[in-house]
Write a protein that binds this ligand. Structure first.
Ligand SMILES: Cc1ncc(COP(=O)(O)O)c(C=O)c1O
Ligand SMILES: N[C@@H](CCCC[NH3+])C(=O)O
Length: 436
């Protein structure tokens, strides 16, 4: 079927097969709304990263979506893991993910999260603020030294929405590269200096993350242009050549037919070449590259399946197709104006295509899943709609709004379906509601 569907998805009569399983069968067996995750697609995406960047560290960004099975797949495929909370960290470690292959992020890590990270032996902590340096300096010891990276703001803006652009100084993450007041060094240089003065912290490199859903290689090259001179200045000030450079994630995937993905081969070749050129210019050894893709690993492997509950035609000519999920399982359209497509599955229709708006079931007019899509004009209650590119930042950002409950997640592979996460029920809500 081609992007934005999983690579091996194909039409099978009126249905769509993902991982060899008909989406209609998944809906009938597990109910709707339901999320389907193609295991082979996730694994192949991990392998594509390893092939394109054989000498780099590739860390899957758990914020896109994490559960025990995904942690296991990613680990088996040889990737590391980027986590940004104590929850993601503990889940990964208790599922057996090797702590030394984990990178901990966060602009506001709590003292407890930092202590857990040091205690569990995470491979890297990406330092994001001055108080964190002081806290880590106390937690690390002779017996338990801690490798850290400094998160730098490279001054490069990129990403699909202002809320996810993290490469410039008007946002909360990282240390600025801009000179301080009255000739003082930049916050980034200050952070490097402070860490290098801490006996139990081992500064191993620099990190930046520009933003999310970036389809173009140019912003990453621009970031290298800012970060390699900083590596040179660290060498000049302290006589140390830092061995690692982490360029973060943000690699784009298509959500609708014809939209671009970040070209991984082109990215790998361009970034590697530019890094080598810049290091040679500054007479630096070439640091080991790291990347942190989230969306590009799990996003295209997921498909959401909804059941149509009502169809309404407005006097203005709009057709509202209301389904049994909505902004509680996919907040992205409401948060960022993200655009999706939807396809009728499970029955044939000869009706002509007509424009429709797929809306959710929540108590907000802004609960729109797909603002405009062509669907058969006879779309009706009981129909199933499949929404591809649903594997990242849907379930991980799902909420308990209206006590609807988060949908289950079903893994499909070689014609078999198995539940990875069960549906959230009223009982789950009741169990937390202990005040009476
Ligand atoms: C530090 C960091 N690394 C990696 C990612 C993963 O981003 P994406 O899912 O867009 O690849 C994010 C989120 O944008 C992030 O904040
Ligand atoms: N949640 C965002 C991506 C944020 C990435 C995290 N730094 C999205 O759905 O596009």
């Amino acid at each position: 079927m081609g992007a934005p569907w999983p690579a091996a998805a194909r039409r099978d009569g009126d249905d769509v097969l993902v991982g060899g399983v008909a989406l209609g069968h998944v809906a009938a067996r597990f109910g709707t709304p339901v999320y389907v995750l193609d295991e082979a697609e996730v694994r192949e995406r991990c392998r594509a990263y390893r092939r394109a960047l054989p000498d780099a560290e590739v860390h899957y960004a758990a914020k896109a979506f994490l559960c025990g099975a995904v942690a296991e797949w990613v680990e088996q495929e040889g990737l590391g893991l980027d986590v940004c909370s104590g929850g993601e960290l503990e889940l990964a470690v208790t599922c057996g993910f090797p702590a030394e292959r984990i990178v901990l992020h966060g602009n506001a890590k709590s003292p407890e999260e930092l202590a857990a990270a040091v205690r569990l032996g995470v491979g890297r902590i990406v330092v994001d603020s001055f108080p964190e340096i002081a806290r880590l300096a106390v937690l690390a010891s002779d017996d338990c030294p801690q490798d850290v990276l400094v998160r730098v703001v490279p001054g490069v803006a990129a990403g699909h929405h202002p809320s996810v652009r993290t490469g410039t100084d008007e946002q909360k993450f990282g240390f600025s590269l801009e000179p301080g007041e009255s000739g003082a060094v930049s916050a980034a240089v200050d952070a490097v200096d402070r860490i290098l003065h801490q006996p139990h912290l081992r500064l191993v490199g620099l990190h930046c993350h520009l933003g999310s859903q970036i389809a173009d290689t140019a912003p990453y090259l621009a970031a290298l242009d800012r970060l390699v001179p900083l590596l040179a200045s660290v060498r000049d000030r302290h006589g140390v050549a830092l061995p690692e450079l982490d360029l973060g994630g943000g690699h784009a995937v298509p959500y609708r037919r014809g939209e671009p993905a970040l070209d991984l081969e082109e990215f790998a070749a361009a970034v590697t070449t530019r890094l080598e050129q810049l290091c040679s210019r500054h007479r630096l050894p070439v640091p080991r590259l790291a990347v942190e893709p989230g969306r590009a690993v799990t996003g295209p492997a997921g498909v959401a399946v909804y059941r149509v509950l009502t169809v309404k035609h407005s006097p203005g000519g709009l057709t509202f197709v209301a389904v049994d999920g909505g902004m509680s399982d996919n907040p992205r359209p409401a948060l960022y104006g993200s655009r999706y497509t939807a396809t009728l599955i499970g029955r044939a229709s000869d009706a002509p295509l007509a424009e429709a708006r797929v809306v959710g079931r929540h108590c907000e007019a802004g609960d729109v899943l797909v603002p405009s899509v062509e669907l058969p004009a006879d779309v009706r209650p009981g129909d199933l709609l499949a929404v591809p590119a649903a594997g990242a930042y849907h379930l991980s950002m799902a909420s308990g709004y209206n006590l609807v409950g988060r949908p289950p997640l079903i893994a499909v592979r070689d014609g078999a379906a198995r539940m990875l996460m069960r549906r959230e029920t009223l009982d789950d809500f009741r169990r937390r509601d202990i005040g009476r």
